[in-house]
Structure formats: structure tokens, C-alpha cells
Ligand binder design. Sequence first.
Ligand code: KG4
Ligand code: ZN
Length: 343
Amino acid sequence: MPLILGIETSCDETAAAVVEDGRLVRSSIVWSQHETHAPFGGVVPELAARAHVERIDTVVTDALVAADTTVRELDAVAVTHGPGLAGALLVGVAAAKGVAVGAGIPLVAVNHLEAHVHANAVDDDAFAPPAIALLVSGGHTMLLDVTVAADGTWEFDLVGQSVDDAAGEAYDKVARFLGLGYPGGPEIDALAATGDPEAVVLPRAMRNQGYDFSFSGLKTAVVQAVRRSDAAGTPLPPRDVAAGFQAAAVDVLVDKTVKAARERGRETVVIAGGVAANSRLRAQLASECEAAGLAWTMPSVPLCQDNAVMVAACADRPAEIGRFASLDVGVEPSLAIAKAKRI
Ligand code: KG4
Ligand code: ZN
């Protein structure tokens, strides 16, 4: 019955949360640095690390106070140690080690990608693998076959992934091209809701080719469509470009997810990562799962974006079975998803 403090600093959110038994959220504090990075149109690693340093103590204290607990009552402290920005990860890992030593409690090192998938079990306490997971974030686009290992931890087999840009990266790049704010995903999502998804038809890359994805060609197609119509003196409305881009991206993501579940005999589909907050992806996944007779789960929007609840949830089973990290555990900026063997 572990009570776990989770800490997350892999990118541009400084977050801490207290979670009981992997599902009961006692507190969740997320300090977003979006305003720091917005003027640069993307995350500046050095600024991210510095902003984490400035915020981490307050965020951790706030999480403990909001949970009405102290470090003495905790069973473990869990921290994201990769993948992510090295300097940013270091801040969270150092803070977690400080708590572990100070309170005399064990440390659990968490993989950020696995944590995203675990967010599905927080909101839906009926959910447990096996399932096909679509993980779509700023740095990753992956289809994973998730199962439960003999020791109760989750295992992830890699079914497919992007061969170039991640889905979130494509959203951010297209948003920048359209002159929208950072991060671009929510901006495109909102603008697309006012546009016609069929007015600008864009390619569905690799739609019928296995389980891998490609998004860099889609971004180029957006640029070419806009330039062509500008040159012809008939500029495309940005809302239609956003809607057309989003429809093309979501069609491929949903198609391949449903196909993977069917072909691998899984009855449940989950989504995870920042792009899983996308309104069209959520709606289309639900309707296509319904049509295919599949069950689906998706985290609430705040749990799709980077947060520390998912980190504590991911550490629950490892803490129960005593799979702790040594106090000299380092950051792993390129950490792969555990056991992600290609199948
Ligand atoms: O998981 P996340 O918070 O951070 C990483 O681990 O990368 O994902 C951030 C990504 C960004 O690319 C952001 O633009 C995208 O998620 N995103 C969205 C939406 N909200 C965030 N993309 C599409 N639609 C959204 N509503
Ligand atoms: Zn993330």
C-alpha cells in the first residue's frame, strides 16, 4: 500500500505529486514553463534546467502540503530519470535523492514514457493490460503492446514508431509555420475546431505500410500547400490548414492503433502523452474503437500532459516488490522504453 511522492522534470514542466496505491491522487502540482520558452518557439534546455532549479523546492513542498502529509509518511520517492533533457532531468533526480536521504526512504527511478502509459490506470481503475498503447508526445510516437510481467510490472513491446518527427513535434512545427504560439498542439487543436478538415487535403503518410509512422512529409506538404496558394493569390485560411493537417495526422494514428489491436488480438486500446490531449484524436479513437468492438481508455487531459502523478503511479508496483534505485543512479537522456524489443 505505498504512499509515493513523484517528481517530474524531464522537459518544461516542474511537477510533484503524492499518490497512494498507484491510483488515489492525494495531490498534483504542475508548474509549466511554457511562458519561459514561448518567445523562442521551443524548449531552450539551459532555461528549462534553470527554471526547474528555481521551482523544484516549492513544487515538492506544495505537493506534500496539498496531500496533507510529510516526507516521514512516504514509503518511497519516485523520479523520472529519462528520457528527456539532461540538465532538466538532473534537477529532479537531485531533488529526489535529497528527499530519499533526508527522509530515509527508498528511491524509484522511472522511465518517462512508461509513466505516460501508466496514467491510464490512474483515471480508470478498471484498466489493466494487456492493451495496445499509442504513445504520442513531443519527442516520441510509438505503438506499444503492453502486458503485465510475472512480478506485476508492465512490459512494453515496440510494435511501430515514427521514422522521423514525433507527432507532437509535427504539431509544434506546423504551429510555428502558421505563426501560432508555443506549444503548438493546443493552438492547432483549437484553431482546427473552427476550420474545414476537408478543405485542404494532405497526405496520410505510410497509411497502409505496417505500423511505423512518418510526419516530416506532412509538415512539408503543409508548407507547400500554403506557399502554392499564396503564390496563386488565393491564400488558404489558417483554420482550414490546421484542420486539414490535424485530420491527416489523426487518421494515420487512429488507423494504425486500431489495426494493431485487431491484428495482435488485444481487446483494449489506450493513448498517452501530450498529443493524447488532442480533441480530434480522442473523438476519432473512441468512435473507431466502438466500431471495431474494442474497449478504450484515455487519461484525463491534465494526465496526458507531463505531470508527476503518472511518475508515482508507475513506481507503485516497483516499490511494492522492492525494485529500488541506488542513490548514485544517473540521468538517462536517451533512455528507451523498457524491453522495447521490435516485434
Ligand atoms: O508529453 P508531453 O507533455 O511532453 C513530452 O514528453 O514531449 O507532450 C508535449 C507535446 C507537445 O508537442 C504539444 O504540442 C503536444 O504534446 N500537445 C498537443 C495537444 N496538447 C499538447 N498536441 C495536439 N493537440 C493537443 N491538444
Ligand atoms: Zn511527456
